[in-house]
Ligand binder design. Structure first.
Ligand SMILES: [Fe+2]
Ligand SMILES: [Fe+2]
Length: 329
């Protein structure tokens, strides 16, 4: 049987449990938080006062902070790319509406609130150039992405396990910075987003765990292949208007490193967590190739920590079109 057919069979085998995993990891629409819970109510008479307060508090946060928040928001707003990618993964039945496509649709619904709430908040903040941001978002969606997972469910679930934890870290750190500057509302908002990301991370990690139980050799190879390739961020094609593809991503990621929102050490920490979570050292019954892949994975964090120590981040802010320099601090 071909590898592709084995993967399909495994996806079909696991599908019977997806309904219960949806219950375990996703929250019913009528009880989950909504963007309006964290934004001024435009039907209320106090709307303008609340907006004024947001604008005042926004002045307390520095230029690099806004760049990171904008980049995070754009990454969330490229959700159409992620949904269409995941709907195309082997075993996810778009037309048959199987458990996996139900998962992807519900997950997408939850994720959709992140870009939504951040977008509205940034619009109200008065600190950013929304038209430039909108153009970058449209470019990012139009450019799509290439994460090296192919249509392989194993690789895709490694990718999403990793990414959900990475977004947890960055939203959570942004929340801390906002709270520290006295902006409780923005802090709460970013914290609740990070909570969703953590929940999703646990879900995708459990999918991988379950695959390890039934197809350990190929699951090990998929984890190995993804880490060897390196996990690319979903916004790695980021660009500003008039510029080339990918031109803005490096500066965005430098900015996130500079303010400690997401660093190269975090990347290795995530890898280390995944190795521990999936108990890579304890998996038995591996063939020679998978044993080698395991060795590679087990040694990788130490090697990468040494490299990440040496990375130097430029100290000066990069001027993006998204955030007006006139009000930067
Ligand atoms: Fe998200
Ligand atoms: Fe997410």
């Amino acid at each position: 049987m071909s590898l592709k057919n084995v993967r399909l069979e495994v996806m079909q085998f696991l599908e019977k449990d997806v309904e219960s995993l949806i219950q375990k990891y996703l929250i019913p629409i009528d009880s989950i938080w909504q963007p309006t819970d964290f934004l001024p109510n435009s039907e209320s008479d106090t709307f303008f006062e609340e907006v004024r307060e947001i604008r005042e508090l926004s002045k307390e946060l520095p230029y690099d902070f806004w760049v990171v928040l904008v980049g995070d928001m754009i990454t969330e707003e490229a959700l159409p790319t992620y949904e269409s990618w995941l709907m195309d993964v082997e075993g996810v039945g778009q037309v048959e509406r199987n458990g996996w496509s139900k998962w992807v649709r519900h997950w997408t619904g939850e994720e959709n609130r992140h870009g939504d709430v951040l977008n509205k908040y940034l619009y109200l903040s008065g600190r950013v150039n929304m038209r430039e941001i909108e153009k970058t978002t449209q470019y990012l969606i139009a450019d799509g992405f290439d994460i090296g997972t192919d249509r392989d469910p194993y690789k895709n679930f490694v990718y999403t396990s990793f990414q959900e934890l990475a977004t947890y870290i960055s939203h959570n750190r942004v929340a801390k910075i906002a709270k520290k500057s006295g902006n409780k509302q923005l802090g709460k908002m970013c914290q609740i987003i990070s909570g969703d990301e953590m929940r999703h991370h646990h879900a995708y990690s459990e999918f991988v765990e379950r695959i390890f139980k039934v197809d350990p050799n190929q699951m090990m190879m998929a984890f190995h292949d993804m880490m060897k390739l390196k996990i690319t961020m979903p916004a790695h094609f980021l660009r500003e208007s008039g510029n080339k593809i990918s031109s803005a991503f490096e500066e965005f990621s430098n900015t996130a490193q500079r303010i400690g929102v997401y660093t190269s050490t975090d990347y290795v920490d995530i890898l280390d967590k995944l190795i521990k979570r999936w108990e890579i050292d304890k998996i038995t019954g591996l063939n020679d190739e998978a044993e080698k892949a395991r060795d590679y994975l087990m040694n990788l964090p130490a090697r990468m920590y040494r490299l990440s120590d040496r990375i130097k981040i430029p100290q000066n802010s990069f001027q993006f079109k998204w955030v007006e320099p006139a009000v930067s601090k």
